[in-house]
Design a protein around this ligand. Sequence first.
Ligand SMILES: [Zn+2]
Length: 429
Amino acid sequence: MERSPIEEIKSRLDIVEVISSYIPLKKCGANYRALCPFHSEKNPSFFVSPARQIWHCFGCGAGGDIFKFVMMIEGVEFGDALRILAKKAGVELKPISPEYQKLKTERQRLYEICELACKFFEKQLEGKTGKEVVQYLKGRGINEDSIKKWRIGWAPETKKALIDFLVKKGYKKEEIEKAGLAIKTESHEYFDRFRGRIIFPIFDINSQVIGFGGRVFKKEQGAKYINTPNTLIYDKSKVLYGLDRAKVDIRKKNFCILVEGYTDTILAHQAGFENTASVSGTALTQYQLATLKRYSDNLYLAFDMDIAGDFATKRGIDLAQESGFNIKVLILPKEKDPADIISQDPKEFEKIVLNAISILDFYFQSAFSNFDKNTLEGRKEILKILLPVIKRIENKVEQSFWVSKLAKELDTREENIWEELEKLKLEER
Ligand SMILES: [Zn+2]
């Protein structure tokens, strides 16, 4: 009888090898031991048995086989753990049904196209304009290692250099369009979507290239950034840029720094803040929050936030609050983003991270600095911002703390605030 892929993978991989690629293991008699990656401890109570091919932690009780370990350490579902380990073991996973097979093949080809395109863009950095791009990136503080690590590239200013390259590799123009890399004109002509742009590949949680962001370079026309549209493998609302490289550090430090752009993320990692990821457009979605939740409940936001005006940002924060995240805000100097600060002085950014304030404090500060509490209009605006936020707090003790603070600031009775809270209906989601 044929062995199942799970058995096949287990027979090919050694548990000690798999686990030690994540955490350092020390030999201890017939077994190996380590500090448990799943709870914090000073003395190792995490054991691996090569004879039985299992692991167990006597501190927190976690344990199982290699699949369980990868699921927990990567924070992924069983299917993802299966794929990760199958790749490691060189085991091919058989499809479940013909429809799935077709979809799988189509997806697979899109992954291949994205990977090849990424290599193509990287290669272009060696050309004349490519070298200027490298100089530009260095000028922004991104060093050579980071350029390689994040696989930054250059899309030449030609009509279809990439399409020609991919067609030669055996892919159809229709597929290249489906991968989001080609645009079809009304006269059924195809041309490259990314032209004359610095390319930031976007990775999924397993570091596979699934899409691209392109930044203008040396020209005035066109949007500053363009992105791959949603495809079979890329969904903007699901991806967090850099999370694949940040996840281990997020779990280790037990908080995630969220920034706004590619360069912010790259520079943060370069300066040692490897628990940083970014959102495009800053509107956090339910899906992204659920993904982050696998790694930590603590979010530090380093956005440029205008809570009175920016509803998308605020909605994302509301969602995060409702999903039970503890949210802190980094107070950045005016007109500066994390990239500016880090490239000038990483120590300064560290200080800002240490001095992050709670989201409630942030709302209070913003509301009272944006509006005049001594005018009726101002008071209304302040209440409009703060009441919904206070209403969302689940902990009653915490809630009454903020009610009394608000009453004091507005020089009114607490009962009035409670009454207003009672009346307030939160928008349905
Ligand atoms: Zn443990």
